[in-house]
Every structure is written in C-alpha cells, then in structure tokens.
Design a binder for this molecule. Structure first.
Ligand code: NAD
Length: 255
C-alpha cells in the first residue's frame, strides 16, 4: 500500500513536468506530501505549472538531453530545496506518422537524444546524487517500448532503450538502495497523443477507436499513470526494482 503522505519532506523531480503526464505526476507527488520540482525545457511552462500546483512545487529549467543542464539543475535543487529522493524521468518527444523508410536521421537522433540519452543522464546523475542515502527513480517508457508501430520507428526504438536502461541502472544501483523502475503507459489523452490525429478524423473519433483496442474499453488517464509512478517510487514498495508496470487499459503490449 502507498500511504497518503508517504512523501512528506522528500524532494521529487519530475522531468517534462509541464506536459500532460508530467503535470499529473507532479500533482500526485504534491498530494502525497512531496517537495516537487517541475523540471522542463520550457521554462515558462514549468513556471506556470509550478504556480498552479502551489507552494510545494518549484520550477527548474532542464534540457534532459544535455549533461551540463542536468548538473546545474540538480545543483540548484540541492541548494534551494534539498537532497534528491525521487526522480521521475518523464520528458519525451514523439514525431508521429512517419514511415520507417522515410525517417530522417536527424529526427531519429533527436528521439534518442531526448527519450534515451535523457533517461540515461537522469539515471546516471540521479544515482550519483542518491547513492549515499538511497532513493527511487521511475522512468516513463511506453507501450511502444515493446510493441512495434511502423509509423513511430524512432520513438519505439528510443523507448525500448528506456527499458534496458532501467534494468542496467537497477542492477548497478541496488547496492546503494537506489531502486529504478519503469511505467509503460498506453495511449493517454495529452497534447502528445493528440499530435497523432490527422486528416478529417476528429479527436473524439480517434480516442473512441483507441478505446476499442482495450479489453476494458477505456484508455488510461494521466492520473492513472501518476498513481503507478507514485506506487513504484514509494519506499513501502522497496523490494521492487528493475521492473516495469504497464498502464494501458489492458492493451497488452507485446501480445
Ligand atoms: P507532452 O508532449 O504533453 O509533454 C512532454 C513534456 O516534456 C513537455 O512539457 C515538454 O516541454 C517536455 N520536454 C520535451 N523535451 C524536453 C527536454 N529535452 N528536456 C526537458 N523537458 C522536455 O507529452 P506527454 O504525453 O505528457 O508524455 C510524457 C511522457 O510519457 C513522454 O516520455 C512520453 O513519451 C510518454 N508517453 C506518453 C503517452 C501518451 O499517450 N501521451 C503514451 C506512452 C508514453
């Protein structure tokens, strides 16, 4: 069980915290008592999200693909708030609807820079900051970490790397009592998902078609993903590491 205020006094960073899922995750940690850092490449959006979340939230500018940016953001958090306890590597990008054979190499590399390098750098510097006291890292992969989408080759491959980075980081950081797990959301209504809608299809029709793929007949909402992240980050669940949890309405990735 996850206690209602299990994160009281703990410092939690959520990357991409100004976006659809990141904001819900940040909000769930605020509700659980955490001191939450909304870290985003979009400084203005991070500030607005932190303002909305109230006194327990602060904004920090962070480009997850840039190692120097990680070091300066983590220094700032330690100075202004406290030592890092929980890191959620949530920031990600997705350029949809591009055939495999038409994927430009620059765009392929950009997916890897944000989705894969960003998670690697977060795990690396998160472990370095947490290894004296323990802590938890949750990486946001995707159902497409496991299933192949012919119109999302760079996204799928870069999200597959998130799974193995989770496992190698967990194997390495276990002796420091730093746990590393992943959540794999299915389709969740956010600005990123709505970027898939093309042509004459309405957003409502697009979402209805996705719901039909779910045995439960429903999509996960950002709050569903946030609850799974909080569960994996909670020290009460401290024997879970190197794992992933799908939150996808039963759409069974890999099946
Ligand atoms: P979103 O586009 O709504 O938000 C993404 C956020 O990440 C934005 O605030 C953006 O400014 C930030 N960001 C982008 N590049 C960054 C960088 N280099 N450094 C720091 N911040 C950066 O997307 P979302 O739907 O909230 O997605 C959040 C995560 O969930 C992503 O990793 C995404 O791949 C994953 N995911 C989303 C879905 C979905 O259906 N929405 C499904 C599976 C996985």
């Amino acid at each position: 069980m996850t206690g209602a205020r299990s994160f009281s006094g703990l410092t939690v960073i959520v990357t991409g915290g100004a976006g659809g899922l990141g904001r819900a995750i940040a909000s769930a940690f605020v509700a659980a008592g955490g001191q939450v850092v909304v870290a985003d490449v979009d400084a203005e959006a991070a500030r607005a999200a932190a303002d909305d979340l109230g006194e327990a939230a602060r904004p920090v500018q962070l480009d997850v693909s840039d190692e120097a940016s990680w070091i300066s953001a983590l220094d700032e958090v330690e100075k202004r708030i406290g030592k890092l306890d929980v890191l959620v590597n949530n920031a990600g990008i997705y350029a949809p609807n591009i055939k495999f054979e038409e994927m430009p190499i620059d765009l392929w590399r950009r997916h890897f820079a944000v989705n894969s390098d960003g998670v690697f750098l977060g795990c690396k510097h998160g472990i370095l900051r947490m290894k004296q006291r323990g802590g938890a890292i949750v990486n946001i992969g995707s159902a497409f970490s496991i299933t192949a989408n012919p119109l999302g080759s760079a996204y799928c491959a870069s999200k597959a790397a998130v799974l193995m980075t989770t496992r190698t980081a967990a194997a390495s950081a276990g002796p420091y009592n730093v746990r590393v797990n992943a959540v794999l959301p299915g389709a969740v209504p956010t600005p990123m998902l709505m970027g898939n809608v093309t042509g004459d299809t309405s957003e409502a029709d697009y979402l209805a078609a996705l719901e039909e793929l779910s045995p439960l007949g429903r999509l996960a909402q950002p709050q569903d993903v946030a609850r799974a992240v909080v569960f994996l980050a909670d020290a009460a669940n401290g024997v879970i590491t190197g794992s992933y949890l799908s939150v996808d309405g039963g759409n069974m990735p890999g099946a």
